[in-house]
Design a protein around this ligand. Structure first.
Ligand code: NAD
Ligand code: MG
Length: 391
């Protein structure tokens, strides 16, 4: 039996993780659950999965009397504390944003394995997180949950060190793949939330529309697989069947395919190296019409080149990119800015603070805060093109 703490259990990844755990009650049990504000769902989950620990990080709520078997923590520090004191070996980091960083570090400091969906944490703290997540005597201590990185990880099983030449990181292209740039820049929130192939939380869905999700994933791939920027090639594949591929030195390309369903990468991280049933539908090759692959349009989606620039710049550049994107993404979701302003805000923050250091938590916190401030300033500034102001 493997004990697992789920940080962000009320979100899209968290809920799917609980679904796969329900399929395998003989393999996994839940040690802790956390939510930010959705107390009602958290209480329901605690009732069903009976962890000994739970946390509500965004507000306080009275605990129903029938849940007295569970210790509840409240407040902003409760996430990190949960990661630290939870029993069991695994922590699934499924909160959204850099808010998960301290908890991931706390999980490692107490010897736990991190199953990482929360990519912003690795993007912001790449050097520090990677150093804390070296493999131990039991194998990897950081397992990818992001579907592309899980795919790459699966393709690399059995390959020796330095065996691969290139990572082929697939991208659906999002809802605006075929739109004119000018139309995309004034897209509504509802349009940005209409992802063609994946159903996910709001932030990552908007990130997929701007392709900042792929930018974050380029950086995530660098840290997970020790890849140089030129070894990571983004391939737009609108059907989301090939979840990524790896090209080896001898020219062989190994891809991982499947229906777009996060239960597979979530469960693979939990059960690795074993494979268990996920409850996802089978991939029917005969029902697929065709699989297509194209180059990303980096003029329409400047996020892609910003990721490579940030990687080459090193230091806090990736942290700054992430923080400014978080600010701009949530500002767009609140209806405050047009979609086209997101990359402008990130670019402004990168120009101003991309050179800062980011080796320690304090340095990362500082770069993150300055980047957010600069992004907010850029978002308030008079329109320099890139979409009309809405709302
Ligand atoms: P979501 O918005 O559906 O859920 C987020 C969870 O985190 C919720 O439980 C919420 O209560 C909690 N949370 C939000 N803000 C918080 C804060 N400041 N402090 C503590 N907890 C907070 O998000 P999601 O789609 O499940 O994504 C979670 C993470 O997984 C993200 O980093 C995302 O990029 C990544 N991811 C998601 C998918 C997917 O299919 N949804 C796929 C790949 C990677
Ligand atoms: Mg992904």
């Amino acid at each position: 039996m493997r004990g697992i703490a789920i940080l962000g259990s009320t979100g899209s990844i968290g809920r799917q993780a609980l679904q796969v755990i329900s399929l395998h009650p003989d393999r996994f049990f839940v040690t802790a659950l956390t939510a930010h504000k959705n107390a009602a769902l958290l209480f329901e989950q605690v009732r069903a999965f009976r962890p000994r620990l739970a946390a509500l990080t965004g507000e306080e709520a009275p605990v129903p009397p029938d849940l007295s078997f569970c210790q509840f923590l409240f407040g902003p520090d409760a996430l990190e504390k949960t990661a630290r004191i939870a029993e069991g070996r695994d922590v699934l980091a499924a909160v959204v944003g850099v808010a998960g960083l301290k908890a991931v570090m706390a999980a490692r400091q107490t010897g736990k394995r991190v199953l990482l969906a929360n990519k912003e944490t690795l993007v912001a703290g790449g050097e520090m997180v990677t150093a804390a997540c070296r493999p131990d005597e039991n194998g990897p201590t950081l397992l990818p949950v992001d579907s592309e990185h899980s795919a790459i990880f699966q393709c690399l099983q059995g390959a020796g060190p330095n065996a691969y030449e290139k990572i082929l990181l697939t991208a659906s292209g999002g809802p605006f793949r075929t739109w004119e740039k000018s139309r995309m820049e004034n897209a509504t929130v509802a349009e940005a939330l209409g992802h063609p192939t994946w159903s996910m939380g709001a932030k990552i869905t908007v990130d997929s529309a701007s392709m900042f999700n792929k930018a974050l994933e380029i950086i995530e791939a660098k840290w997970l697989f020790d890849a140089r920027p030129e070894q990571i090639q983004v391939v737009v594949h609108p059907q989301s069947i090939v979840h990524s591929a790896v090209q080896f030195r001898d020219g062989a390309v190994i891809a991982q395919m499947g229906v777009p369903d996060m239960r597979l990468p979530i469960l693979y991280a939990m059960s690795y190296p074993e494979r268990l049933e996920t409850g996802a539908p089978e991939l029917d090759l005969f029902a697929l019409n065709r699989l297509t692959f194209e180059r990303p349009d980096t003029e329409k989606f400047p996020a892609i080149n910003m990721a490579y620039q940030a990687l080459r710049a090193g230091g806090a550049a990736c942290c700054v990119l992430n923080a400014a994107n978080e600010e701009a993404c949530f500002s767009f979701l609140r209806g405050e800015i047009p979609f086209g302003r997101i990359p402008q805000a990130v670019d402004a923050a990168l120009q101003k603070h991309g050179h800062l250091p980011a080796r320690t938590l304090d340095e990362i916190d500082r770069a993150d805060a300055l980047a957010r401030e600069e992004a907010r300033r850029a978002l308030r500034a008079p329109d320099e093109g890139g979409g009309k102001r809405i709302g």
